[in-house]
Design a binder for this molecule. Structure first.
Ligand code: FAD
Length: 287
């Protein structure tokens, strides 16, 4: 089913995001995780695509498995960095062969260890170019990334909004936000979109804070700000990993319940492949 059709049902679309294990680990590791996630009844599960990474071939295989083994809808992430248009065509063909209808079309991050994204002549440079291409050449239902606090590389707020508009107008069916910790940020973002006449479904990206070293990396990569009340919790439990995790789970539950109470169209939950913690968060949801 196309994710756009899930949104048309007018109830919150709840999705989980997983990533493929690196090639040193068998696919069974993620299939075991999925076994523990399946009865949470997500509307779909998305599978990331490692820009430049060796595990990118696994994205299609895992997405296909989710559909076939669990009859759960799926979305494959696809990045254009490091790919020629011909390689994008090949990936599109593989997705179609596996009946995968939904794609999250992204530029991608620089490979680990590099600070900038570099492009070959003739390659797509921005997600908008990939989206336009996929829209013209395929029938995929297309999602795109959005940054409620602005994208880390963008210097000017207004530019970020203009590029987002360009991306949406290239043919996006729905947006999924980067993680953030303060729902006011999300509500303002959605309002701004509407003011710009961009009325498409947006899923709020939620990642629980489970470890203190994880939050540093999350904030570094995403540019998300940490509200004072989360900071207080993190300080309070800094020396107690078990309570730290508990507080992080509680915070995510509260964030998600507030979104649901306020009529959010979708929640995209970044599982980080942590089934046990994901189950705890979902057991606290009022849905
Ligand atoms: P773009 O929309 O192309 O934006 C990238 C930057 O370029 C922004 O700073 C933007 O302001 C700027 N820009 C856009 N258009 C122009 C223009 N015309 N001229 C000048 N500047 C411009 N990464 C992965 O590698 N694999 C994944 O599976 C993955 N999944 C993700 C899922 C979600 C929900 C999100 C939010 C992010 C994900 N990412 C993933 C990370 C994403 O690839 C990075 O955030 C990346 O840096 C930007 O991707 P984008 O598609 O938003 O790029």
């Amino acid at each position: 089913m196309r994710i756009a059709d899930l949104y048309a049902k007018k109830k919150p679309v709840i999705s989980l995001e997983i990533f493929p294990p690196n090639p040193d680990y068998p696919l069974e590791t993620i299939y075991n995780t999925l076994e523990q996630l399946r009865d949470l009844n997500p509307d779909y599960i998305s599978v990331t695509y490692g820009a430049g990474g060796a595990n990118r071939a696994r994205t299609v295989e895992i997405a296909a498995h989710i559909k076939q083994a669990y009859q759960i809808e799926t979305m494959a992430h696809l990045t254009c960095v490091g790919h020629s248009p011909e390689e994008i065509d090949e990936m599109g063909a593989r997705l179609q062969e596996n009946q995968i209808e939904n794609v999250l079309a992204l530029r991608g991050d620089p490979p680990r260890g590099q600070s900038n994204v570099t492009f070959q002549p003739g390659h797509f440079r921005y997600a908008a170019e990939l989206i336009r291409y996929l829209r013209q050449k395929s029938q995929f239902c297309i999602g795109a990334a959005a940054y409620a606090e602005g994208h880390v590389e963008c210097q000017r707020w207004q530019d970020d909004w203009n590029y987002l508009r360009e991306k949406v107008e290239a043919g996006v069916d729905f947006l999924v936000t980067q993680l953030y910790f303060d729902n006011r940020v999300f509500y303002n973002f959605k309002e701004n979109l509407l003011r710009m006449g961009l009325n498409l479904p947006v899923a709020a990206g939620i990642m629980p804070v489970l470890e203190s070293k994880q939050i540093r990396r999350m904030v570094y990569l995403s540019g998300a700000s940490i509200p004072a009340r989360l900071l207080q919790l993190l300080d309070k439990y800094a020396d107690n990993p078990a309570d730290f995790e508990k507080a992080g789970i509680e915070y995510a539950i509260n964030q998600m319940n507030d979104l649901l109470a306020n009529g959010v169209e979708g929640i995209h939950y970044y599982t980080m492949n942590r089934a046990e913690q994901t189950r705890k968060v979902f057991s606290g949801l009022a849905r």
